[in-house]
Design a protein around this ligand. Structure first.
Ligand code: F6R
Length: 366
């Protein structure tokens, strides 16, 4: 049942190219110039009337929502809030009929996410669900459903659910951009064509796991680690850090790289592993400076950068390159080495990878 892999998590990490492709299937026009989301039943008028979007979810799904904020704001220019479902449901949120609420849940059964969905609908919002389980509670109660086609996820640590949630969020963002005319047609086509090719690039990332494995072998005894990034890389850093904490029990902090100076730098000491994400072209120079800052405190830096950005080799101890793609799509690729890092750290430490202590796959009680 593990298909020759030692753990479900590793199997599911390796399934990502296929499930990314499955989640895209039938949702991009043959010419690659249009998003087809027949499952969204909003009228053109309703789409034009959206004033605010709130994404709400828990854990890894919340981290997917953070990526969603950056891309929707960038591509559609609608303000987006992302809220943890257990916060949203109790904070008397400002939601009305002009708010589109997007709930993200792999299982579709998370108690807080379901309660957030109900709260949003009670206040008159339209709710789009992104979920992996057909006819789950979230699917049954939402107005519109975008299914992720990740297949069953057995490992408690979510991997393929996250990358397919990202795919669903990209499709939603591009669909809204298309319907509201916020992007030139050429730009939509360009991103869609990159999106169509992303699964082959995900496979390339998987084929390059050796350096990650070696890094894990070298640093698995670390007590503290840091994940730093800016923009979309910061959102992915949060997910990488959660993954590591969850299954290897190593303390990890994700920090917006520009915040280091505001306190965190005090914790950077000799040999502390720092995973620096530097895939965003527009923020690359800033990240190079942040890497220099942590190197000046003798941290051990492994950087993730897009192919061609070799300048980072001068400042980091080690660099993992991800294949070139449109910078908004980088998270789909960047998260994979971080999943592998958490996995191999966990294995090196002898942890129960698929069933980490104190955690359940689906949190159906508060
Ligand atoms: C982390 C993880 C959890 C879930 C969270 C939400 O690896 O799996 O953080 O993402 O419990 O679960 P769903 O998506 O089923 O609502």
């Amino acid at each position: 049942e593990k298909g020759g892999y030692e753990h479900f998590m590793l199997k599911e990490i390796h399934e990502q190219p296929r499930v990314i492709r499955d989640t895209l299937k039938g949702r991009i026009s043959h010419q690659g110039d249009k998003v087809i989301l027949d499952e969204i039943n909003l009228t053109p008028q309703q789409i034009k009337g959206i004033k605010k979007i709130i994404v709400t979810a828990c854990g890894t799904a919340y981290h997917a929502g953070l990526v969603g904020k950056y891309i929707i704001e960038q591509l559609v220019r609608i303000p987006v809030e992302v809220d943890i479902a257990s916060e949203f449901r109790y904070r008397d949120p400002i939601v009305d009929k002009d708010t589109l609420v997007v709930v993200v849940s792999q299982s579709g059964e998370t108690a807080d996410t379901l309660a957030a969905l109900r709260e949003a609908r009670r206040r008159g919002a339209r709710v789009v669900a992104i979920t992996n389980v057909i006819a789950s509670s979230v699917a049954r109660e939402a107005d519109d459903i975008i299914y992720t086609w990740a297949g069953p996820e057995i490992s408690v640590a979510s991997t393929k659910a996250y990358t397919t949630q990202l795919v669903a969020l990209y499709l939603l963002a591009l669909y809204l951009a298309q319907e509201r005319n916020t992007l030139a047609a050429g730009n939509i086509t360009e991103i869609l064509n990159e999106l169509k090719a992303i699964y082959t690039k995900a496979q390339e990332v998987l084929d390059n796991e050796q350096p990650i494995k070696e890094f894990a072998e070298k640093y698995h005894q670390a007590e503290d680690t840091f994940f730093i990034g800016r923009g979309l890389d910061y959102a992915v850093a949060l997910e990488g850090s959660l993954k590591l904490k969850e299954i290897s029990y190593i303390h990890a902090e994700a920090y917006a790289a520009g915040e280091l100076k505001h306190g965190t730098l005090a914790l950077i000491v000799e040999n502390i592993p720092v995973i620096a994400l530097a895939t965003q072209k527009s923020l690359f120079e800033k990240m190079v400076s942040n890497i220099k800052e942590v190197k000046a405190r003798d941290a051990s830096v492994i950087a993730l950068a897009m192919e061609g950005h070799t300048e980072v080799e001068k400042v980091a101890d080690q660099v993992i390159y991800i294949p070139k793609t449109h910078q908004v799509l980088a998270p789909i690729l960047t998260v994979i080495p971080l999943q592998l890092l958490a996995y191999y750290m966990s294995v090196c430490r002898g942890c129960d990878v698929d069933k980490p202590r104190n955690l359940a796959k689906s949190v159906t009680v508060e």
